[in-house]
Ligand binder design. Structure first.
Ligand code: MSP
Length: 542
């Protein structure tokens, strides 16, 4: 039970006040998504892994802030809007709404959806840029460099050479461009950024990406332009309306404008406590902005830095880079088709367990999706839950048996075994290691399977004298599956809730640790048979 605090009359004269537990805060962000493209697996993936973390932390009783949104300014949006003969804001409104709907549709439980065209955001960005000007961290200067028109990003000579003067994203040639611009004095932060990487080895994860950043850092930092004059769709530089703020600078600020750190009171709706963020989760191609430029800006503003920038790799599809022309692009329709055939939670499961959270890209393939679904969800979790609940129906009149404590065989100390897995699962999620967290929960389920096979309650049940032992075995199975389901609720909210409903466990309490304590399942509870994950043929799907 949660301690909600209050007066406890230990004795009539000296009541003792126990303060309610102060929840920790956990804050996690996705990148904000460009409104000139349609949502695809990249967006759904980043959002889903953040969602799993956010739900898990909420289940633990933490005070969570999960932020996502749309990145709406810049040349690309202006150009796309012009091509369609509409205003950039109209295009942004339309596509931002698409993103918002899609995230809802995929059960993303974000607490806020920020748009960079929100007046509160624009106002605060101008305020922050003014502060940077006042502190002489930004100056007006001339710049020449290699420009990636698609990405709206400049590259240094060294980097451009490495990229063979071609955009790593669009494959189009980089162009030589000169501009008079406002510059951020990134070069003056070289030592401080190096120090940051040395002092906080987990600032950038995984390790391979951190090393990549360290390599680029060794090439030396140059000042970066933070304004543009060749288009107007952006936030004007304060005091110089002929420049708009570079879309990347505008976008990075979303992480703190959503909390109101640039407002007069320093926060909106008491959200100041959510800064610094625990995790900025980004794709590998946008890590530099987050791992180097963003902390330098925060240092210039004397604001605290986020704890960790987690950069995932990319999904490829059927063994090849995704492309529209190859027909292997996993867009929304493709995702919807998986969702329709296998279910939302199966898709979340695949993204969370097989996704590219490490150094290498991951392959999204029909065969692997099917195999993962069948082996993890049908054969392991689903089978274990349905087998156990079916035996409860058959041998225990559909009611959770009493655990008499008599030895039920199997040689497993269930309370300590599950406690160890629970702690491992929680600790892994804290590190944003989704796969390990999930695998600790699944270790419980796998152990139940072994236990059923070893103790064979279906055989013992033939002998009425063994009824108590059968009850003990099945209690252990039910209780273990219940605990595993609590840990897996964040990744498969609907299916785990369906299990809870069938086993009359109610809604999660918001205190995951207590809920995962052995013995929570009350004997006598009605346990209905569950069939959570139907066995499917591979051709059933998209
Ligand atoms: N607007 C910027 C981010 C600004 S954050 C201050 C941006 N937007 S985006 O719409 O392009 O972001 C897409 C996100 O999806 C990025 O995190 C990117 O890494 C991710 N993905 C895009 N394609 C992907 C895959 N094929 N696989 C996995 N994720 C990839 O960048």
């Amino acid at each position: 039970m949660r301690n909600h605090g209050g007066w406890h009359p230990r004795c009539a004269c000296f009541p003792i006040y126990t303060a309610p537990p102060v929840p920790d805060t956990r804050s996690i962000t996705t990148p904000i998504y460009y409104v000139n493209a349609h949502p695809h697996i990249g967006h759904i993936y980043t959002s889903t892994i953040c969602d799993v973390y956010a739900r898990f932390q909420r289940a633990l009783g933490q005070d969570v802030f999960f932020l996502t949104g749309t990145d709406e300014h810049g040349q690309k949006v202006e150009t796309s809007a012009r091509e369609r003969g509409i205003e950039p804001k109209a295009l942004a409104d339309e596509n931002s709404a698409v993103f918002r709907d899609v995230l809802n549709r995929f059960d993303i439980s974000n607490d806020e959806f920020i748009r960079t065209t929100d007046p509160e955001h624009e106002r605060q960005v101008q305020g922050f840029v003014q502060q940077l000007l006042d502190r002489d961290a930004v100056y007006l200067g001339e710049f020449e460099g290699w420009y990636d028109e698609g990405q709206e990003e400049y590259h240094t000579e060294t980097r451009a050479k490495e990229l063979e003067y071609t955009s790593p994203i669009s494959g189009r040639p980089l162009v030589r461009a000169t501009e008079q611009n406002y510059y951020f004095r990134l070069s003056t932060f070289q030592e401080r950024i190096e120090q940051l990487f040395a002092d906080q080895p987990d600032f950038v994860r995984p390790e391979s990406r951190r090393n990549e950043m360290l390599g680029r850092l060794r090439e030396g930092l140059n000042d970066v332009p933070i304004s543009r004059t060749n288009f107007t769709w952006g936030i004007p530089v304060p005091g110089d309306e002929s420049h708009v703020i570079y879309v990347w600078i505008d976008a990075l600020f979303n992480y703190i404008t959503a909390l109101g750190l640039g407002e007069d009171g320093g926060e909106i709706d008491g959200r100041g406590k959510y800064w610094p963020a625990n995790y900025h989760v980004v794709g590998k191609e946008i890590l530099w902005f987050h791992a180097v430029i963003w902390p330098a800006i925060l240092m210039a503003l004397e604001l605290p830095l986020p704890h960790c920038i987690y950069a995932h790799s990319f999904w490829i599809s059927e063994g090849k880079k995704m492309s529209k022309s190859l027909g292997n692009f996993i867009d929304l329709d493709a995702l919807q088709a998986y969702d329709d055939s296998y279910g939302r939670d199966a898709l979340r499961w695949y993204l969370a367990t097989q996704g590219p959270m490490g150094a290498t890209d991951a392959d999204f393939s029909r065969a692997q999706f099917h195999e993962t679904y069948t082996s993890d969800l049908v054969n392991t979790f689903g089978n274990c839950a349905s087998r156990t609940s079916a035996m409860i129906g058959k041998y225990c009149e559909g009611l959770c048996p009493t655990d008499s404590g008599a030895c039920a065989g199997g040689g497993v100390e269930w309370d300590s075994f599950t406690a160890t897995q629970v702690e491992a699962s929680i600790a892994a999620m804290e590190r944003f290691d989704l796969a390990s967290s999930i695998s600790s929960a699944m270790a419980i389920v796998r152990q139940v399977d072994v236990f059923i096979n070893e103790t064979a309650p279906f055989k013992l049940a033939k002998d009425p004298a063994q009824a108590e032992t059968v009850g003990n075995i099945l209690y252990r199975c039910l209780e273990s599956i219940r605990i595993a389901s609590c840990l897996l609720h964040a990744v498969m909210p609907s299916k785990m809730q369906a299990l809870r409903d069938a086993w009359h466990l109610g809604d999660p309490s918001g205190d995951l640790r207590t809920e995962c304590m052995w013995g929570g399942l009350v004997p006598g509870t009605s346990i209905e048979k569950v069939a959570l994950f139907p066995r499917l043929e591979i051709q059933d799907q998209a």
